[in-house]
Design a protein around this ligand. Structure first.
Ligand SMILES: Nc1ncnc2c1ncn2[C@@H]1O[C@H](COP(=O)(O)OP(=O)(O)O)[C@@H](O)[C@H]1O
Ligand SMILES: [Mg+2]
Length: 247
């Protein structure tokens, strides 16, 4: 696979991890270079969400290195990792349902002390997601699924991260909102964010990604540019509904 020539922001080298004594990830290696969108795809249960959790220090690390901008993340607490500028938007549109849009966003900046930086970050979020800016006082639990997903992504931006990890952002959304989530992901990347994207919607994810990885049973299976994976007959047959690209 050609190297992007850019500096790696995050790299995993032969990372093994699991839940308690149960090993799920087996020597997974991947890297995300500066400014890239990198997709991680694979069947249900392949270990995609588990990969995010080990990066964030949320589960049992069994071996291998996780390096983010020169910092070894292994053993660091999740809030320290967040403080290094690595944002994580978990699966399932996790928002604080009783809180307003503004309060949810403020929670995203809880490690930031400087009020003017919080305001700048919120202004950027409202520029990127105008629908949130139109209703800062709406209670998050009363918003649509798509709006909640935008809010979860917006909250992730409040720490002004260098990189964002998005777990299944399009899951369960209507086709129009799926488009919007992918468009916003591209817009965030154009704004300078490095993005690691886990998606069931593999074809769409690869279309917007520079590169991708296919995980299977907790192991690396395929990797390549978005186009290479979209054109790979095995990947197509297994994950992209078969058929020839463009047919
Ligand atoms: N909290 C947990 N405790 C034990 N096993 C888990 C837990 N969460 C996930 N698993 C298992 O880890 C494997 C990978 O899950 P996951 O990373 O969520 O897959 P994916 O996100 O690719 O669908 C699955 O076999 C799943 O059952
Ligand atoms: Mg998952």
């Amino acid at each position: 696979m050609p190297d992007s020539g850019r500096a790696p922001v995050l790299s995993l080298s032969e990372v093994s991890a699991g839940y308690g004594p149960i090993q799920i990830l087996h020597e997974v290696s991947l890297h995300i270079d500066e400014g890239e969108i990198v997709a991680v795809i694979g069947p249900n249960g392949a270990g995609k969400s588990t990969t995010f959790k080990v990066i964030m220090g949320l589960i049992n690390h069994l071996g291998g290195d996780v390096v983010y901008l020169g910092h070894n993340l292994v053993g660091l607490r999740p809030d320290r990792i967040l403080g290094l500028g690595l944002a994580y938007v978990p699966q399932g549109r996790v928002v604080f349902g009783q809180m307003t849009v503004r309060e949810n966003l403020e929670m995203g900046a809880y490690l930031e002390r400087d009020k003017s930086r919080i305001k700048e970050a919120m202004d950027y979020v409202f520029t990127l997601f105008p629908r949130l800016g139109e209703r800062p006082s709406q209670v998050a639990g009363s918003m649509s699924g798509g709006e909640q997903q935008m809010l979860a992504m917006g909250r992730g931006l409040m720490m002004r991260p260098k990189m964002m990890m998005l777990d299944e952002p399009s899951l369960g959304l209507s086709p129009r909102l799926v488009d919007e989530v992918f468009d916003k992901t591209v817009a965030m990347a154009r704004g300078g964010l490095t993005v690691m994207l886990v998606e069931q919607n593999a074809a769409r994810a690869l279309e917007i990604s520079d590169r991708g990885y296919v995980l299977e049973l907790g192991r690396n299976r395929y990797q390549g540019t978005g186009g290479e994976l979209l054109d790979n007959p095995d990947v197509r047959a297994m994950y992209l509904g078969g058929g020839v690209r463009g047919a």
